[in-house]
Every structure is written in structure tokens, then in C-alpha cells.
Unconditional design. Sequence first.
Length: 418
Amino acid sequence: MNSRPFSFALSVLLGLAALAPPLSAFEKAMYFRASEILPAPLLSGPHHRVREYAEADGYLIHFTVDSDYGVYQCSGLSELRRRISEIEAIAELVSVSKSDLFAEGLRKSVESPVNAVKNIADDPGAALKQVPHSVGHFFSKVGSGIGNAARKAGDKTQNESPSPPSGGLGRGVGKAIKGVAGFDKAKLECARQLGIDPYTDNARLQEEMEKVAWTFFAGGLPLKIGVSLASAGASRAVGAAEFVGLPEDLYELTSSELDFRDRNSLKSMGVTVEKIDALFANPSLPRSVRHSMINMLVDCDAPGRTEIVGQILACDSAWRAHFLDDALKLLRWRHRQSPYRGWTVHGHLAVGLTSDGAVEVPAPIDFVIWTPEVADFATRDDLGSFQRRLILQGNLSAETSNQLSANGWEVIPVPRWE
């Protein structure tokens, strides 16, 4: 028996063991008290309350929100802000639907071709049940799995937000009114006044928007939401790398116009028609998030940017699309400070290449603890030949900070809170 292969394998394993951090250094998942880490407006409001104990998985903090419109499981502060903003918007729309002006619009709208708008229900919806999301795969060395999302283009996404009322406008009638000329503009104006994403994956919010927008549109009445929520919740500027509100063209262009613009943008970058079609067929990419990421690629003209299209295509849930969008926003923020000389992808990571030869990795996370998974990331051999910078929007445990520094990482903190 030839002992050389065994001896070689043993020497490799011993070498890796020598490089690996001691097991005693690894930290365990922990819990945070929401009342100690959240500002008062996020912790509770007239229509929501964040449960006190929130588990951290090593990257993100997972919150549970009880609201008048269902229970939301939020993976990370970014999603928490977005969902609370949506809860406030739902509350405003529900209030509008009880107003005298809404009643007048409803009375007039029954004469319209789509008179089923009369069948308005007031069911708060079922509680949200979903599998907690995590971001560990983004920092792993495994391949991107680009084809998976494309193959699932016809699949129905599940568990993204609380279900809408079963008898409301959003099912059946909602599909019918979407084809009525002018209604799409009315709905966009409704979203603009609320300061929320018109293409949100929150089914209850979509239904309430369609109900209110249709009633005023079909009734021939001007839509005016009493209180603008554009400065509340997740729509506020929450740090140097995040932006106030949403891109204005989300409200100015209809969905077909927005798609046309995004397709042309991708074509101008040299993306193949096949990949563009797969991108637009991916049901896990909310239109607004896809548009935001394409805008980022347009703004950041440097070699290699089309490689990131594959990462966008690989998103297999709306939540992962939002996370990737947050990561790309960090890269754009850095690019505007000092333009990157190029872009590339390492595993699941979209990274920026600086003029001084460094690789910058975006990390829009909450709280990182030192785990075997994080250790694998810190010691990745495909990044080892570069000067490495972590563009961090969040916090590190003391152990993680020490270990990253020991492994040659420079951490660039990005403020998250105002």
C-alpha cells in the first residue's frame, strides 16, 4: 500500500489545524433585549410592538413584531425598519378607508366597469410564519448557484409577508383592476404619498393600496392621504450609506416603463438577452429591488460589473434580494468616495477592487460573533492574496474584531444609526 497520499493528506490537515482558531475562541449565539438596542419609535407604536427578546444568529438579529395586521418575523434591523414602515402605511390606509371621502368614492365607483370593489373585507390577516433567514451563505466560498433561481422562475414564492384578507380586493378583483388604464398611476401616487415601496412583497399592504387607490380613482376623486409617512420607519435616512426614501422614478414610471428602462440599461452594459430574460423571470426579485440594483450597476461604471448580474439572478427569495441590494449600496457609497478600478465576485460575494490593490467586501449586518463559519470567511484562500477590507454596517464582538485583525482584515465602519 502506498502511504504517500495518506501522509500528504495528514500533513495538509495538520497544517490547517495549526491555522485554525482554537475552539475555545468560538462564541455562541446570543439574545438581545429589544428595549436596549432599538430606538423608541421602532420598539413600539400605535399599531405594533417588538417582542423583548431577539436572537442573534452570528450575523443578524431576528425580531418578532406583533401588529394589528399580523405577526412579522424580521431578519435584521433593515427588514425591521422596512416592515414597521409598512405597518404604519397599512394603518394609514385602513384609516382612510373608514373616512367619509372614501365612502363617497366607493359609492361612485360602483358605476365603474369593475364594480366588485364593493366587496371590501376587514380581516386583519393571518400571522406570518416563515423560516428565519440568514446571510451566512453570502460569505461562504461555495459557488453562486446562478441557475437555481432561473429554474424556479415559475415557482410561487411563499412566506414573505402576512397574507392579505381572504375576501378582500387583493384577490380576484385586484387582478382585474390592474389592467384598467390609469389605475397603475393612481396606485403609484398612493405609494408616493405614503413614502413606501409600490412593489412591496407585503401582501396586506398591496391589498390596502389597491383598495384605496381604486376607490378614489374609479370614483373620480383626488387621492390625498392625510399623513405622509415618508419620514417614518424604514423610509428615513438611517445612516451615511443609506438613502432617504426611494428612487423617484419608482413613482414616475409605470411597471412596464420601469422594466423597459432596466432592460435597456442591462443591454447597454453588455448583458446577454438570455440572462436579462432570466433576471426578469425570477419571481424572487421585487421590481423595486431589481431596479435599485440595476441602477447601482449603471452608476458604478467599472470593469467586471456585469459579473454582479449573476449574483442578482441567484437570489431565491425577496429577503435575499433586499440583503444583496443593501450590500451593493455599501459598495456604491464607497465607490462614490473613491472610485473602484473594477468589480468581481468571490463565491457569493460581490466585491469592489480598489486602486491600491485591496478587495472591499460589503457587510450590511447587525452583530457578528466569532463562529466557525465566520472563521472560514476570515481565512478564505481566494481572498488571502489581497489586502482585505470589510465595509461594515453593524457591530462586531470583541473576539471577532481581534480575530479579523489577526487575519489581516481592515474594518471600515459605516454608521447605521442617525
